[in-house]
Write a protein that binds this ligand. Structure first.
Ligand code: NAP
Length: 266
């Protein structure tokens, strides 16, 4: 078994719903003290209440309203983590958006919004938590990237894919710079996960994606949470600058014939 992470101070950006809420829930059920962030007060309050009620011994979940694309908000988030949790052992930089838009139509505002939240927000949240992560002595940064961008493409997501691939570029150099401080930096690359955000893409999108996944189902938020939890364990201390794909095999088929073998009953 892995060494318990009970008592660790964990910050999960975008932890008020979807994958971030799944990550926060997995950590809290394992006894971590978790601070989740988001911009919507009602969603944040209800997620913190729900996750706290299900927390394991010693576990707790509270929230702070903070926009990851603002340096000031990220600093406030880190200050509140210091005040409430006594520091930051694990930062899960998860907040992200995935609006779609064809390349020819993307405006500067579209680019600023997606890069500002997904990429700049990742850098700002890591920067803000750095002093606390260094004081931890076993600091962990876990990014939520995606298969889209680093491995695959999907029409409408040039800007999104670039932001998710950009997170991995950031990760590789950050991992080198932060290794002497005892901080690891790794990424989880989810495939298609059933979240509130994904639901906005519609049923046809979910059905099309399910058909392209050898395991024939979307991922759950807990399945991403457990991958993040692994990177936070003591046993993963020697892993840094790496990414873990959690996608039910979605990136594997080379052709429709490969998927035919994965047909139920084939
Ligand atoms: P979601 O259901 O829409 O949840 C997004 C979360 O991020 C919410 O808590 C949201 O809260 C928060 N957020 C958004 N913008 C923010 C900002 N500027 N500052 C702080 N928090 C912000 O999305 P999801 O599907 O869980 O996706 C979460 C992450 O997983 C993203 O990075 C996404 O790229 C990645 N991902 C998702 C999938 C998937 O299939 N779902 C696949 C691959 C990667 P507020 O709106 O209240 O701020």
């Amino acid at each position: 078994m892995f060494t318990s992470i009970a008592g660790r101070a964990v910050v999960v950006t975008g932890g008020t719903r979807g994958i971030g809420k799944g990550i926060a829930g997995v950590f809290a059920r394992n006894g971590a003290r978790v601070l989740i962030t988001g911009r919507d007060a009602a969603a944040a309050r209800s997620a913190a209440e729900e996750l706290s009620a299900a927390a394991g011994p010693g576990g707790e979940v509270s929230y702070v309203l903070a926009d990851v694309s603002s340096r000031e908000d990220c600093r406030r988030m880190a200050a509140i983590a210091q005040e409430r949790l006594g520091g930051v052992d694990v930062l899960c930089a998860n907040a992200g958006i995935f609006p779609d838009g064809r390349l020819e139509d993307l405006t500067e505002d579209d680019l600023d919004q997606v890069f500002g939240i997904n990429l700049k927000g990742t850098v700002l949240s890591v920067q803000a938590c750095l002093p606390a992560l260094e004081r931890s002595g076993r600091g962990r940064v876990i990014l939520t990237s995606s298969i889209t961008g680093p491995i695959t493409g999907f029409p409408g997501w040039t800007h999104y894919g670039a932001s998710k691939a950009g997170q991995l570029g950031f990760m590789r150099t950050a991992a080198i710079e932060l290794a002497p401080k005892g901080i690891t930096v790794n990424a989880v690359l989810p495939g298609n996960v059933a979240t509130e955000g994904l639901a906005t893409m519609g049923e046809d999108y979910a059905a099309g994606m399910t058909a392209a996944i050898p395991m024939r189902r979307l991922g759950t938020v807990d399945e991403i949470g457990y991958a993040a939890l692994f990177f936070a364990t003591d046993e993963a201390a020697y892993i840094t600058g790496q990414s873990m794909v959690v996608d039910g095999g979605q990136v594997l088929p080379e052709s429709p014939e490969a998927m035919a073998v994965a047909e139920p009953g084939a």
